[in-house]
Design a protein around this ligand. Structure first.
Ligand code: RBZ
Ligand code: NIO
Length: 344
C-alpha cells in the first residue's frame, strides 16, 4: 500500500479576480466586510462557483493513544482518551455543546484508541492499531501504519456529505507528538514548540521537554512521512490524510488548534497546494501555536484563548463560513440598489 498525496493545483487567478470584482460590486463599500470577504472569496474558489454554499458542516474527532505517555509527557493518564471518546459519543463533551450551538455534526473516528470500542452511531472504526509506540525510544509508527492512516483519513473525508469539515482530535499525549512534528516540519527549535498541553506544572513541563529531547535526538528525520512515523500518532497521520482527501474532493477544510495544525502542517509539506484550501479557525493558547501559524503563513479567524482541541475552535468558526458563503451568494449588487431595483 503506497500513499500518493493528491496534487492540488493553484486556483485560477482570472477567476479569483472576477470573484473579487463581484464582491466589490455588492451593495456595500468595497472591503467593508473585511476578512469575511476574503473568506467568501476562498470558499468560492474552493467550490469553483460565484455562489458558494456552506450548509452542512461536520466535525471529525480523530482519536488515538500515544506510547509517549509512558514518559509522563501528559498530566493525564492515557485512559482519558477512551473515556472522552465515549463522552463524545454520548454527546456530552465540550465539542458536542459548541457544535450543537453552531449547527455542526460531530463524528468520532477511532484511529488508534488503546481499547476495543463497540460499534456505535457516530463512530467510524478506522483503528490501525491500539496506540502508537513510545517515540522516546523507537519509531512511533511503521511506514505501513502511516500510509494506512493517511489513506483511511483521506477516504473518510472524501466520503463525507458535508461542504466543510472540521478536523479535530482527542489523544492524551498528542500535544507532545505535535510539538515534535512542528520542530521538524516548521521547522523550529524544540523549545519554541513544547507547551503545557492539557495542563502541566513546571516539573511536568520539564519532564515533557526532556522526553521530547530524547525523541528528537533519536532521529534526524525531516521528510513528512518519516516525521509522522518517528513521532506519530495514528490520529495525527489520519488527520493529515483527511485534510488532503477532503481538499481534493472540493471541501473547505477547517483547522482547529495546535494538534490539528500539526497534522495540517504535515499535509502541507506533502502537498503544498493544500494551503489555499485550509481555513484556520483559531489561534490556540498552547505555546507554539502562534509560531506555527507564522511558519505556515496562516492567519486564524478567531482568538479566544482556547486550548482544548476536540475540534472546538473549528466548530465555532462554522457560522462564519456559512455567513461568508451567504454574503457572496445572496447580497444584491450595488448597481441594482442604485438603479432602484428595491424601491418601495
Ligand atoms: C479531560 C480532557 C479532555 C480533552 N479534550 C481534548 N483534550 C486535549 O488534550 C490532549 C492533549 O494534551 P496532552 O498532550 O497534554 O495530553 C488531547 O487529547 C487534546 O485533544 C483533552 C484533555 C483532557 C484531559
Ligand atoms: O490547541 C489545541 O488544540 C490544544 C492545546 C492543548 C491541548 N490540546 C489541544
Amino acid at each position: 500500500m503506497t500513499y500518493q498525496p493528491p496534487v492540488l493545483p493553484p486556483f485560477d487567478p482570472a477567476f479569483a479576480a472576477r470573484l473579487r470584482a463581484r464582491l466589490d460590486g455588492l451593495a456595500k463599500p468595497p472591503g467593508s466586510l473585511g476578512r469575511l470577504e476574503d473568506l467568501a472569496l476562498q470558499l468560492a474558489l474552493i467550490q469553483g462557483t460565484e455562489k458558494p454554499r456552506i450548509e452542512r458542516v461536520t466535525a471529525f474527532v480523530f482519536a488515538g493513544d500515544h506510547g509517549l505517555t509512558a514518559e509522563g509527557v501528559s498530566a493525564y493518564p492515557s485512559a482519558v482518551t477512551t473515556a472522552m471518546t465515549a463522552t463524545f459519543l454520548a454527546g456530552r463533551a465540550s465539542v458536542n455543546a459548541l457544535a450543537a450551538a453552531c449547527g455542526v455534526e460531530v463524528v468520532v473516528v477511532d484511529a488508534g484508541v488503546d481499547a476495543d470500542l463497540p460499534a456505535h452511531a457516530g463512530l467510524i472504526d478506522a483503528k490501525i492499531r491500539r496506540g502508537s509506540r513510545n517515540a522516546a525510544v523507537e519509531p512511533a509508527l511503521t511506514e505501513a501504519e502511516v500510509e494506512a492512516a493517511l489513506i483511511r483519513g483521506s477516504e473518510i473525508a472524501a466520503a463525507s456529505g458535508a461542504e466543510a469539515l472540521v478536523i479535530g482530535e482527542m489523544g492524551i499525549g498528542n500535544s507532545a507528538a505535535a510539538a515534535l512534528i512542528m520542530h521538524r516540519l516548521a521547522p523550529a527549535p524544540l523549545a519554541d514548540c513544547v507547551g503545557a498541553g492539557a495542563g502541566h506544572d513546571s516539573e511536568g513541563l520539564a519532564r515533557k521537554y526532556a522526553a521530547l529531547e530524547r525523541a528528537a535526538a533519536r532521529t534526524s528525520a525531516t521528510e513528512p512521512l518519516a516525521v509522522l512515523g518517528e513521532f506519530g500518532g495514528l490520529e495525527i497521520a489520519m488527520m493529515a490524510g483527511a485534510f488532503l482527501g477532503g481538499a481534493a474532493a472540493g471541501k473547505a477544510m477547517v483547522v482547529d488548534g495546535f494538534i490539528s495544525s500539526a497534522a495540517a502542517l504535515a499535509a502541507l509539506r506533502l502537498s503544498p497546494g493544500l494551503s489555499e484550501r485550509l481555513i484556520f479557525a483559531h489561534v490556540s493558547a498552547e505555546r507554539g501555536h502562534a509560531g506555527m501559524m507564522a511558519a505556515i503563513g496562516a492567519r486564524p479567524l478567531l482568538d479566544l484563548s482556547m486550548r482544548l482541541g476536540e475540534g472546538s475552535g473549528g466548530a465555532l468558526a462554522a457560522p462564519l463560513l456559512r455567513a461568508a458563503a451567504r454574503l457572496m451568494s445572496e447580497t444584491a449588487a450595488l448597481e441594482e440598489v442604485l438603479a432602484g431595483r428595491f424601491a418601495l
